[in-house]
Write a protein that binds this ligand. Structure first.
Ligand SMILES: C[S@@+](CC[C@H](N)C(=O)[O-])C[C@H]1O[C@@H](n2cnc3c(N)ncnc32)[C@H](O)[C@@H]1O
Length: 221
């Protein structure tokens, strides 16, 4: 399959394969089949406890509260973060703008066993209009989680999932997203950034939780 990609104003043609077999949807690049396989990783977490990265994400989402927050994951991608947050007990709505990415995410959710099901709902929408159309009678989420595309170049060792998202995901709605999320969340907005990036929109967070490669900026509302 040839795709003409228009990302960040550049036009490139790349060859990918997309297919489905008994184990669900996959994409193929360089002869290797790749899938949305976060369940494997999280089985490991359930057996062995949280790794540092997962612990930092959950600390950022839960804050100091011991009340389980409801979460809108505004940039769902392939749902790796959304699934972990839901696994911690939160009810999560994961919003994804790209139809193709959404298709992969929904397919992975549909294929969960009953023992693996968590409170995770996925919607295909631009999160800006999704928030605007939120019914006034419905309680807004406590936390909005933003993981927009990082702007720096991916290095050769980057994981296939990040690479795939980078190629087919939507870029470039970040400008209004932070302000809109701050007006929408009831408690806080959490932004995932690379440590190489400055704050989103150059807006200083209330505090940050930093790891080796990733930082979570927390904006209390
Ligand atoms: C870096 S990825 C998120 C990765 C995700 N946290 C995960 O764990 O797989 C960013 C995603 O946000 C999506 N996106 C960008 N702008 C969006 C918007 N306005 N509404 C919804 N999704 C959006 C992109 O298509 C992309 O899939």
């Amino acid at each position: 399959m040839n795709w003409l990609l228009r990302n960040e104003g550049q036009e490139r043609i790349k060859t990918y394969g997309i297919g489905s077999d008994a184990d669900g949807l996959f994409w193929c690049f360089d002869g290797h089949k790749q899938r949305v396989d976060w369940i494997k990783k999280y089985r490991h977490i359930l057996d062995n406890g949280l790794d540092r990265k997962a612990f930092k994400l959950l600390r950022a989402i839960w804050g100091k509260s011991n009340q389980c927050p409801s979460v809108l994951d505004a940039c769902a991608g392939l749902g790796k973060d959304a699934y972990l947050i839901a696994l911690s007990g939160c009810s999560v709505t994961a919003c994804e703008k790209s139809a193709l990415v959404y298709g992969f995410l929904q397919n992975a959710i549909d294929r969960l066993d009953s023992s693996e099901r968590v409170l995770l709902t996925c919607v295909h929408a631009d999160v800006m209009s999704y928030m605007k159309k939120w019914p006034v009678t419905r309680k807004r989420p406590d936390v909005v989680y933003l993981d927009p595309m990082f702007n720096h170049r991916l290095n050769a060792k980057v994981k296939q999932h990040a690479w795939f998202l980078r190629e087919i995901g939507e870029h470039g709605t970040q400008a209004e997203l932070l302000e809109a999320s701050l007006s929408f969340a009831l408690s806080r907005v959490v932004v995932k950034r690379s440590v190489k990036n400055t704050w989103l929109q150059n807006k200083k967070p209330t505090y940050s939780i930093e790891g080796k490669t990733t930082r979570f900026d927390i904006y209390q509302v």
